[in-house]
Design a binder for this molecule. Structure first.
Ligand code: EPU
Length: 419
């Protein structure tokens, strides 16, 4: 077990380079199952969730080699099983992508019900509805989801709720189906587009990703042989932007797609924080005077739910009372009790966090309850007076490459300590 120890109140200055997108990588890696040839994937983040998926593919018979820390070459031609065991994926939410990929390849899949962070109820009914519309029979027994089809046939699927996971999973299952599949009310997140681009580079025919109607013309095979570069991580970039705004100083967040950051940039600007766009970077200027804000998280291009806890940490410094309404998950407020240990004044009313501003946080021991809650505690530690210990760092390592090293390079006093 490890913890971060942070001595707060150091301004952040300099450049930070953003890694590849976690939520794109955890879909692209299972997607390689559908490809007959070799796939070369660049800008893969070196994070816990990627390591788990690589181990899953290897245990299923895939050849995987790292050309360097962030470049993976995967060949799945020797995978001959459609079965994934609980032990392989118990900590991984994105294990659901193995269902779509295995179903697409073998017309059958047997995968444990997904694990991952706890945000209350996490149904996958829209994934199942889509698999069934494509012609699969889906059963859940003893914690295992089995999907089986004689033929997968293109169809029209209207998602009742905008779901990133269901949108990507149905692209995976439909990419080699007979005929055309249309996904309506599809998620528009940048990583949905990235997965479609990866599949197209390997020989798929997917149009419309990034809009709410995606059309997938089934192809006989994905021949592979191409290189795909994972997009920059929108949420890692947002975490560093928020941290910079909170800690003061001037940080240039590099190697990003500024367009993906628009909802955050607009909100920070509204709060009186200067953000300049410079090519593939955003420069954030910390400010002692931060204005209160009301935020509602929504599917892309709305404000991302995965930046909700980090934003709550920043709003402790704002003048007046702010609110964050969670519009995606039933419950994403586990961070509240932990950040309150540091003196934050917050309460949860239904799906809304009410945050009193102008509070002087003080360092304290606290524990990450999930990935983004962990990031919020690190930000709180950076602005708090004295020493903060953030426990359960493994949550943070699931989704951030070298978080503490990147903060240290910006001038933070943060170190990783064995407990
Ligand atoms: N939902 C349903 N039925 C479904 C699927 C989803 O009701 O079949 C609901 C969910 O309960 C939720 C909403 O739809 O209320 C959105 O869920 P979505 O399916 O979009 O989420 P996900 O695919 O499980 C991904 C990210 C999450 C991120 C959400 C929302 C991955 C591996 N995970 O989850 O990322 O919060 O989209 O953007 O891509 C994180 O990175 O910290 C993280 C939790």
């Amino acid at each position: 077990m490890e913890k971060f120890v942070i001595n707060g109140r150091r301004a952040l200055n300099g450049d930070v380079y953003i890694s590849g997108s976690k939520n794109a990588a955890v879909a692209v890696i299972p997607a390689t199952i559908l490809v007959d040839g070799e796939c070369r994937i660049e800008n893969v983040p070196d994070i816990g969730d990627v390591k788990i998926l690589v181990d899953v593919l290897i245990s299923m018979g895939a050849e995987v080699r790292f050309e360097d820390r962030n470049t993976l070459v995967i060949n799945t031609r020797n995978i001959n099983s459609h079965i994934v065991t609980y032990e392989m994926v118990k900590y991984l939410r994105a294990s659901y992508y193995l269902i779509g990929a295995l179903l697409g390849k073998f017309k059958q899949a047997s995968v444990p019900f997904p694990g991952g962070c706890d945000f209350g109820h996490r149904p996958i009914d829209q994934h199942i509805k889509g698999f069934e519309a494509l012609g699969a029979q889906v059963d859940i027994e003893h914690g295992i989801i089995t999907a089986k089809a004689r033929e997968l046939k293109g169809c029209s699927i209207y998602l009742d709720i905008v779901s990133v996971g269901a949108t990507i999973n149905l692209m995976l299952a439909a990419v080699k189906a007979e005929g055309t599949t249309v996904i309506e009310n599809a998620a528009k997140e940048p990583h949905v587009v990235d997965v479609a681009n990866f599949l197209n580079a390997m020989g798929a025919n997917i149009r419309g990703a990034g809009t709410d109607v995606i059309k997938i013309k089934g192809v006989d095979r994905l021949k592979g042989g191409a290189t795909h570069t994972i997009i920059p991580d929108q949420i890692e970039a947002g975490t560093f932007m928020i941290a910079s705004a909170a800690a003061g100083g001037c940080v240039t967040v590099k190697n990003i797609i500024p367009k993906h950051m628009e909802s955050l940039t607009a909100k920070l600007t509204e709060m009186g924080i200067r953000v300049d766009e410079v090519e593939d970077s955003l420069r954030v200027w910390g400010n002692d005077k931060i204005l209160k804000a009301n935020i509602k998280t929504l599917p892309y291009p709305g404000f991302p739910t995965d930046l909700h806890p980090q934003m709550a940490a920043l709003l402790c410094k704002a003048e007046g009372t702010s609110t964050i309404t969670e519009g995606v998950w039933d419950s994403r407020f586990q961070y509240v009790d932990e950040i309150k240990r540091m003196g934050a004044i917050m309460k949860v009313e239904g799906r809304m966090a009410v945050i009193e501003g102008a509070v002087n946080l003080t360092g304290a021991p606290a524990k990450a309850t999930d990935l983004r809650a962990g990031a919020a505690l690190v930000i709180a530690g950076l602005i708090a007076k004295g020493t903060t210990q953030v426990h359960n760092v493994y949550y943070i390592d699931r989704g951030y490459e070298d978080m503490e090293i990147k903060f240290r390079q910006l001038g933070a006093d943060i170190k990783r300590v064995r407990v």
